[in-house]
Design a protein around this ligand. Structure first.
Ligand code: ADP
Length: 644
């Protein structure tokens, strides 16, 4: 992951604020870090300068001593003497009772507060005796060294008393004498060596100098002077005098470095190691520890200052970036609002273009997009409307076509049914009169008959011939109705009441079982009609009235109503069931009832009647009740010319 990239789910405002804050913080920290480092370097340089100055002072002081190596020779000598068998230890003590060199190196610099040392100092000559102070079981001798009758040093030599206590008391005196003599010899021989040194007190002066420097300086907390063999010859920590210094700095300087510095943060000391040179000759190393407390205090003050400035940078960054972010954020917010409204379907929504920057360009592009979208949407709407209209029209057409197809199919089915019915009815209806005709004509031909019989038979033959002719006429009418040309009517002015009277008269004579009652209004107007077809229609009604009633009255009326001349035939026969009434004028429709199954017929009569009447612009009326009788009437429009 890129550590410099901001998290993706942050808002632009937060990103800007963060960027500005981080930038300001970075600049502030960079600036103050540079100052901090500069300051640090300056402080260190200051400390180093004071260390160098001190080193110079020390070098000048020590150069005034004749030979710094001498004091080391003395310690070496003491250590070598200490190897003598039976010897417990050797000490060289200055006139101030400070131990200058000792078998036990840690005692160097200490004050020798031994009784015999004080005694020798007081008396000014060699003193010896047992010393069992501080648990040391020794016999010692202290020899004062004098120059111009002045004590300048003391040599203390101590022998172990182990041997002394082991031997018998008689021999002890001798051993003691021997030890006394040895001690004196050793002290004296050592004193010769020391006397040859320029001034053993100088050593002590160096240590004193170090002590005073430490006491008098606030800025120096550590001084250590080491000879060229790494032995500590003076140190602010007195316990270290005489030890071998093994610090890295000391080694570096002895190996030729000019300066070596390091800082001890815990002790707050800045350590500067420098060579102690007499001319070009390395005599030792001076190690100076500067007190770095002020340095650390100062640094922490700077750090606090940096923290304060950084904090102020953050606050400033927030305020600045907030003001900087607003002009960027607000147009974006407005754009987001506009986008939302657009996505909710408000295509008239536009973004306000204020700036000419990238966001302004974005707003412009958005507006262009919204405009395009709006135009496209309008086009789609129009197209949809046209499409809907087209679909609606097409559906309607299809529905019509379907309806037509259905009707056609029904018609075809009906036609098929009608054809079958017609075939069965026609064959039956034609066969009946034909059989009768054949029967009687056979009788006439084969039998010897009386005249009256012949007349009767010929009457039957005539009757059936008429019936046959009627059936054939009906079938012909049907085929004409259904053909393109239809029935041709020869319309003339016609007096319906006269026609009715004529037909009824004929029927009354032929059907004596029935009483034909006529009710004919006087002066009925003329109609314009085909006389033959209207006669056929009236006969059809009378035939039915006779067929579907068993004797009785048949009322025949002629009257005027609603600008029409009406003919009405009423019988009191079996009537028509209510359920059959709506279909009674349909082609081939016959009432399917047991009690009329023996009655012949084709179901064409009423269909043809209706066709004829309607073709004359007339109307038909039917009233019937099952078991009570039937009245069928038709009216023809009054012939207007006639009326005038
Ligand atoms: P058809 O008489 O040849 O069967 P129509 O078309 O003349 O055919 O008559 C259709 C049907 O109407 C008849 O089958 C008959 O059942 C019924 N019908 C017609 N006239 C009468 C009537 N006056 N009384 C009872 N039923 C009638």
């Amino acid at each position: 992951m890129d550590i410099f990239s901001l998290p993706k789910d942050l808002g632009i405002r937060t990103k800007i604020i963060l960027s500005v804050v981080v930038l300001l913080l970075f600049v502030a920290i960079l600036f103050f870090w540079a100052s901090y480092m500069h300051e640090k370097k300056g402080l260190l340089a200051n400390m180093q300068d004071s260390a160098i100055a001190l080193n110079r002072v020390l070098t000048i002081t020590i150069t005034n001593q004749k030979n710094i190596a001498e004091k080391v020779n003395l310690q070496t000598l003491v250590e070598e003497l200490s190897l003598t068998e039976g010897l417990f230890g050797v000490w060289v003590i200055d006139k101030n009772c400070r131990i200058t060199s000792a078998t036990f190196r840690e005692q160097v610099g200490e004050i020798a507060s031994r009784r015999l040392v004080s005694e020798a100092m007081e008396k000014g000559y060699y003193v010896s005796g047992f010393d069992i102070e501080m648990g040391e079981n020794v016999y010692e001798g202290v020899y004062p060294l004098k120059k111009k009758n002045q004590i300048f040093a003391l040599v203390r030599v101590a022998f172990e008393l182990n041997e002394y206590f082991r031997i018998p008391p008689a021999a002890r005196v001798k051993l003691l004498e021997q030890m006394k003599a040895n001690s004196r010899i050793m002290a004296e021989s050592l004193s010769y060596t020391i006397k040859n040194m320029y001034d053993v007190n100088e050593l002590i002066h160096l240590q004193m100098l170090v002590d005073r420097l430490i006491q008098g300086s606030n800025s120096i907390s550590w001084i250590m002077i080491v000879d060229d063999d790494s032995r500590i010859i003076a140190c602010s920590d007195l316990g270290k005098v005489g030890m071998i210094a093994n610090d890295k700095g000391i080694r570096e300087i002895i190996n030729g470095a000019n300066i070596y510095t390091r800082i001890f943060p815990r002790q707050k000391i800045y350590m500067v190691d420098m060579p102690l040179k007499f001319g070009d000759e390395l005599k030792g190393v001076v190690s100076i520890g500067c007190d770095a407390t002020k340095y650390y205090t100062h640094l922490s003050e700077i750090l606090h200052f940096i923290l304060l400035i950084s904090f102020m940078g953050i606050v400033l960054g927030f305020v600045l970036s907030f003001h900087l972010a607003n002009p960027i954020i607000m147009p974006i917010k407005r754009l987001i609002e506009a986008t939302k409204k657009l996505s909710e379907g408000n295509l008239s929504q536009r973004a306000t273009v204020i700036s000419k920057d990238e966001i302004g360009t974005l707003a412009k592009a958005f507006n262009q997009m919204a405009e395009d979208l709006s135009i496209t949407n309008k086009k789609i709407d129009e197209y949809r409307k046209t499409l809907e209209e087209k679909v609606r029209l097409r559906t309607k057409q299809l529905e019509i076509s379907n309806q037509e197809l259905r009707e056609m199919q029904n018609e075809l089915i009906q036609a098929d049914i009608a054809k079958s019915e017609f075939l069965s009815i026609a064959s039956h209806e034609l066969r009946t009169p034909l059989t009768t005709l054949l029967g009687y004509s056979e009788l006439l031909l084969t039998r010897t008959l009386t005249e009256s019989q012949k007349t009767e038979f010929l009457g039957f033959i005539n009757e059936e011939s008429i019936r046959l002719s009627n059936i054939v006429e009906d079938i012909l009418d049907i085929s004409r109705i259904e053909s393109q040309e239809g029935i041709r009517f020869d319309k003339k002015s016609l007096n319906l009441d006269e026609l009715l009277v004529k037909i009824v008269r004929f029927y009354s004579e032929a059907n004596t079982d029935y009483r034909f009652i006529t009710d004919i209004k006087q002066d009925l107007p003329m109609v314009n009609a085909d006389c033959e077809k209207i006669e056929q229609s009236i006969k059809n009604l009378l035939d039915n009235a006779i067929k579907y009633s068993t004797g009785g009255d048949i009322k025949c009326k002629a009257f005027e109503k609603d600008n029409m001349v009406w003919i009405s035939i009423q019988d009191y026969g079996m009537g028509i069931p209510e359920k059959d009434l709506p279909f009674i004028f349909d082609k081939f429709y016959r009432v399917n009832q047991k009690n009329r199954s023996h009655i012949g017929g084709t179901g064409l009569g009423l269909f043809i009647l209706k066709f004829i009447i309607e073709s004359h612009g007339g109307e038909i009326d039917l009233k019937s009740k099952e078991g009570k009788g039937t009245t069928i009437s038709f009216g023809l429009p009054i012939f207007q010319q006639n009326k005038v």
